[in-house]
Write a protein that binds this ligand. Structure first.
Ligand SMILES: NC(=O)c1ccc[n+]([C@@H]2O[C@H](COP(=O)([O-])OP(=O)(O)OC[C@H]3O[C@@H](n4cnc5c(N)ncnc54)[C@H](O)[C@@H]3O)[C@@H](O)[C@H]2O)c1
Length: 248
C-alpha cells in the first residue's frame, strides 16, 4: 500500500521503539522520513535500512532549535513537509511525592514542550501542504496509573494542546490527532521488570491479553492519521491498545 507516496514526515524518537516502527512503516508506504532522536547508533542503523528515504537528525526534542533543524532538513532534502509525529517522550516512574523538580522537567520538557516545539516549527510548512500532526497520549494518563504523575500530566496536556490546535488550524487545512498506544517496546520491557504486578494486572484484564506489536499494531494507525484516508478527522484520540480502554 503506497498511500503516503510523496509525503515527507518528521518522526520524533524515530530511531527505535514505536517511533522506529513508525519510520519503517511510513517509508514502506512511500513516505520520506526525518527521524529525530538522541540515540546516534539507533539513528544511523535506521538510515542504513533505507538511505534514500530516511534522514537522521540527532538532537534533544526539548530544544526548539532541534525542531527547526528537522523542518529545515525536510525542506532542503525533500522539498516540503507534510506531517509530524510527536512520538518521543522521556519520564521517570515514581510515586508522586518522590518526583523531583528534575523529574518533572524531564517529562514536561520532552513530552509537552517537545511536542509544542515541533508543532510550532512545522506550522508554516504544514500550512503550505495541508499536512497532518499525530501527537502521543497514553492509557496510563487516561487511567491515572500509579507512579506516572509527571508523565500523565504531560500526556493529558498534550491532548488538550492537540484539541486547541485542531480547532485553530482546521482553517489552515492542518489536522491534529492523538494516538494512545500500548506496545511491548524496550522501554515497556524495562517498566515490566520494575513493576511486574502492574504489567500482569493490565495483561490479565486486557481483552486480547497482549501488548501490541509496534510495527503491526501501532504504526499502521499512525500512517492512517497521516494519510488522506483520515482527511475528515481532527482533534480525535485514537486508542491503539487492542480495546484496553474504550474512549467515549
Ligand atoms: N510503549 C507503550 O506501550 C506506550 C504506552 C503509552 C504511550 N506510549 C507513548 O508512545 C511513545 C513511544 O513510546 P516507546 O515505548 O516507543 O518509547 P521508547 O522510550 O522505547 O522510545 C523512545 C525513543 O525516543 C528517543 N528519545 C527519548 N528522549 C528523547 C529526546 N529528549 N529527544 C529525542 N529523542 C528522544 C529514544 O532514544 C527512543 O529512540 C511515547 O510518547 C510513549 O509515552 C507508549
Amino acid at each position: 500500500m503506497k498511500n503516503l507516496k510523496d509525503h515527507v514526515i518528521i518522526v520524533t524518537g524515530g530511531a527505535a521503539g514505536i517511533g522506529g516502527a513508525i519510520t519503517t512503516v511510513l517509508t514502506q508506504r512511500g513516505a520520506s522520513v526525518i527521524a529525530v532522536d538522541i540515540d546516534d547508533t539507533a539513528g544511523q542503523q535506521k538510515v542504513d535500512t533505507n538511505p534514500e528515504h530516511i534522514v537522521f537528525v540527532k538532537g534533544d526534542i526539548s530544544k526548539p532549535s532541534v525542531a527547526q533543524q528537522a523542518v529545515e532538513m525536510a525542506v532542503s532534502r525533500f522539498g516540503k513537509l507534510t506531517g509530524v509525529v510527536n512520538n518521543a517522550h522521556a519520564s521517570k516512574q515514581k510515586p508522586l511525592m518522590q518526583l523531583t523538580e528534575e523529574d518533572w522537567a524531564l517529562s514536561m520538557d520532552t513530552g509537552l514542550k517537545g511536542t509544542l516545539n515541533f508543532m510550532k516549527a512545522a506550522y508554516p510548512e504544514l500550512k503550505k501542504t495541508k499536512g497532518a500532526i499525530v501527537n502521543f497520549g497514553s492509557g496510563a494518563a487516561l487511567n491515572g496509573q500509579k507512579n506516572q504523575a509527571s508523565y500523565a500530566a504531560a500526556k493529558e496536556a498534550i491532548r488538550g494542546l492537540s484539541r486547541v490546535a485542531a480547532n485553530e488550524w482546521a482553517e489552515d487545512g492542518i489536522r491534529v490527532n492523538i494516538v494512545c498506544p500500548l506496545a511491548l517496546t524496550e522501554g515497556v520491557k524495562k517498566w515490566k521488570e520494575a513493576f511486574p504486578e502492574q504489567y500482569q494486572e493490565i495483561a490479565d484484564k486486557h481483552p486480547m491479553h497482549r501488548f501490541g506489536d509496534p510495527q503491526k499494531d501501532i504504526a499502521p494507525i499512525v500512517a492512517f492519521l497521516l494519510s488522506e484516508d483520515s482527511q475528515y478527522m481532527t482533534g480525535q484520540t485514537l486508542m491503539a491498545d487492542g480495546g484496553d480502554i474504550k474512549l467515549r
